[in-house]
Write a protein that binds this ligand. Structure first.
Ligand code: SIN
Length: 271
């Protein structure tokens, strides 16, 4: 297995692994370690059935069922990410961490791209939330410690995508604003413009101003990011506990198609 980094701190391409074959313990350990170190792993030229894609996911834990899949036909563990000339939106077209409205948000997601826009484009940006935290001043860091934010599924799914929940309401949960990664022990910034509605204990105006500052910090700091340029049969596996991503919809009216498997985290995000 060979690892070539995309940037010094986030993203790596992994060569010499066929994910359709059962992984040796040694390869699994190397991928696990690389995932913790580089956060975003890109595997090229993979030829996977849906079952093989899910099997790779299961190596890291229980498969996640996306709230939008509860009202859709088909395999509930596969989230179809499809954009065409008639799409009203493209999934993930804004900085976010996947499904932080859940009590146990995914520890990671594996997006397997099958069709890329024929005109080019359709890349995904990933941002390092350890570095986002480290670049804050000590004064702001200590102000954020101990704060709790509300993450609400209605914000993207109803507000942006206009999809009513299958029944009841979309999940809504609280997580610390600064969390500690359960495996690396490193601190990171854990609010995202996709799901975070407000910070508890602040007035609405204070919460909006603080979240706006943090969201701008992520949007306007290019050094936080790496960029994945997809090809058909690329699979990217990101650590959803310490990254955000943004799918770029720059290819209208062309199409893009991928399938995502996510893995439920074993622990709630915790300080
Ligand atoms: C997502 O998982 O948010 C979609 C990412 C992408 O389509 O690149």
């Amino acid at each position: 297995m060979e690892i070539r980094t995309l940037t010094p701190h986030i993203g790596a391409e992994i060569f010499g692994v066929d994910l359709a074959q059962s992984l040796s313990n040694e390869d699994f350990a190397a991928i696990h370690q690389a995932h913790l170190e580089h956060m975003v792993l890109v595997f090229r030229d993979q030829h996977l059935s849906r079952e093989q894609h899910k099997d790779f996911g299961r190596k890291f834990g229980q498969l996640h069922v996306h709230p939008l899949n509860k009202q859709r036909q088909g395999d509930e563990a596969i989230l179809v990410v499809k954009t065409t000339a008639t799409s009203a939106y493209t999934a993930g077209d804004g900085w976010h961490t996947d499904v932080t409205c859940d009590e146990f948000p995914p520890m990671g997601s594996m997006l397997y791209m099958k069709e890329v826009p024929e005109c080019g484009g359709g890349d995904t940006l990933y941002a390092d939330m350890y570095l986002a935290y480290e670049l804050l001043s000590d004064t702001l860091k200590s102000m954020l410690e101990g704060l709790t934010a509300v993450h609400d599924g209605a914000l993207p799914y109803l507000g942006s995508y206009k999809i009513a929940p299958a029944e009841g309401q979309y999940p809504r949960n609280e997580h610390p604003v600064i969390v500690t990664h359960p495996e690396t022990g490193r601190k990171l910034l854990y609010v995202n413009s996709g799901f975070t509605s407000h910070i508890k204990g602040l007035s609405r105006r204070e919460s909006n101003a603080l979240l706006d500052l943090l969201f701008r910090h992520i949007e306007s700091t290019p050094r936080l990011t790496c960029r994945v340029q997809w090809q058909p049969n690329t699979l990217t596996f990101w650590d959803n506990r310490c990254t955000q991503h943004h799918a770029i919809w720059d290819y209208f009216p062309h199409s893009r198609y991928g399938e995502r498997v996510s893995i439920v985290a074993a622990q709630r995000p915790a300080a």
